[in-house]
Ligand binder design. Structure first.
Ligand code: SAM
Length: 354
């Protein structure tokens, strides 16, 4: 009887007791259907049935970094490098509310120069002045003073994944920065009163169950507002070309990680990340929404730039454009018996004001 099963799942509630590696490993090893039902029940109890649409605009693929996994790393000569002009971004942003979206997510490669940082500050100011949207930025590591400028311009939230909790693996994958530097950025953002999102890739080569559990424990320790996790998918034009996802023989582990995330930190905003659709074509994001997630990020990047923002192969929606990702997302959400959230969908965590 699905109703009583659901009631039992709801009664189980979030993970109780100390959240350490052993407890999380047990959770990740637990029977999958019960784990998913429990995560879905906890998501409903803590976050409701709303799914917030946060439209992502990949406004530049110019990147000074050479992260070993990433398709837009600076050493990859294939993508045509672009920066979308502010007027073209504003033209999209003005239409987003009509597509049911309440947040714009501005994502890019990393270029820490005064000109680029000022350009982004001016863009945030215009979006806040000319649209009703909340603004999330995801543009990598910056000094605290730059984050402060963006906050003052109206930035509400920032996304910066820690990618892996293992400092040695982080160093091998990121020639340009350390895990400590990235965690320092997250702490600066928190101090500045910005809502903070982080996360990691699931199944980096060599990942063990213990390391996956450590990533989830770090999420818990950081006490974040939002956490995006998604499968690692090898890009053919990177040094990790041809490397299998560590969970290739048990791909459901990627969903188990989302479910565990919800049980470890029940009030988090959790996006059903795009990489789930690349790993599980056509169904990945729907299943993530049924196993703990409560946010969907339609791609609003103008169509002609999308093929140059391929972080990994088989990224969905590369041939779409003009709000079609949003209508598709809305249909997917309704088909799950859920509805599109109204209002900005800010963090559910109460924070002292900065
Ligand atoms: N430069 C910013 C940063 O690094 O935070 C934002 C852009 S970066 C391309 C966005 C995210 O893409 C990264 O945090 C990483 O987790 C993800 N990503 C990059 N390459 C990937 C791959 N091969 N498979 C899965 N996710 C990938």
């Amino acid at each position: 009887d699905p109703v009583s099963f659901d009631a039992a799942a709801a009664a189980a509630g979030p993970l109780a007791g100390p959240i350490d590696r052993a407890a999380v490993v047990d959770l990740l090893r637990s029977p999958r259907e019960a784990l998913y039902a429990r995560a879905d029940a906890v998501r409903r109890a803590h976050m409701g049935d709303e799914v917030f649409l946060r439209g992502i605009v990949e406004f530049s693929n110019v990147c000074a970094n050479d992260c070993l996994y990433c398709g837009i790393r600076r050493s990859n000569p294939h993508p045509h490098r672009y920066r979308i002009d502010a007027d073209e971004i504003l033209a999209v942003a003005r239409r987003m509310a009509g597509w049911g979206q309440t947040t714009i997510v501005l994502q890019s490669g990393e270029v820490d120069t005064p000109a680029e940082n000022d350009r982004l500050a001016a863009l945030i100011t215009r979006i806040r002045a000319e649209t009703p949207l909340a603004v999330t930025v995801s543009a990598g590591n910056r000094p605290r003073a730059v984050y402060a400028t963006w906050r003052d311009a109206g930035m509400d939230r920032y996304l910066l994944r820690f990618e892996t909790s293992d400092p040695d693996l982080f160093a091998r994958l990121h020639p340009d920065c350390s895990l400590a530097e990235r965690l320092h950025c997250l702490s600066d953002l928190r101090d500045l009163g910005v809502q903070v999102g982080s996360g990691f890739m699931i199944g980096l080569p060599g990942e063990t169950l213990e390391r996956l559990a450590d990533n989830l424990v770090l999420v818990h320790t950081l006490d974040l507002d939002m956490v995006g996790i998604g499968p690692f998918i090898a890009h053919p034009d990177t040094p990790l070309a041809g490397q299998a996802n560590a969970w290739a023989d048990d791909p459901e582990m990627c969903f188990a990680a989302v479910a565990a995330l919800r049980l470890i930190d029940p009030d988090l905003r959790v996006p059903a990340t795009t990489a789930f659709d690349a790993m599980f074509p056509g169904v990945g994001r729907d299943l993530a929404l049924q196993r703990g997630a409560d946010v969907f990020m339609p791609n609003d990047t103008p169509g002609r730039y999308r093929k140059d923002y391929l972080l990994y192969p088989d990224k969905p929606c590369v041939d779409e454009g003009d709000g079609s990702c949003s209508s598709c997302a809305t249909a997917r959400i309704w088909s799950l018996g859920r509805f599109v959230g109204e209002g900005p969908g800010h963090s559910r965590k109460a924070r002292p004001t900065a």
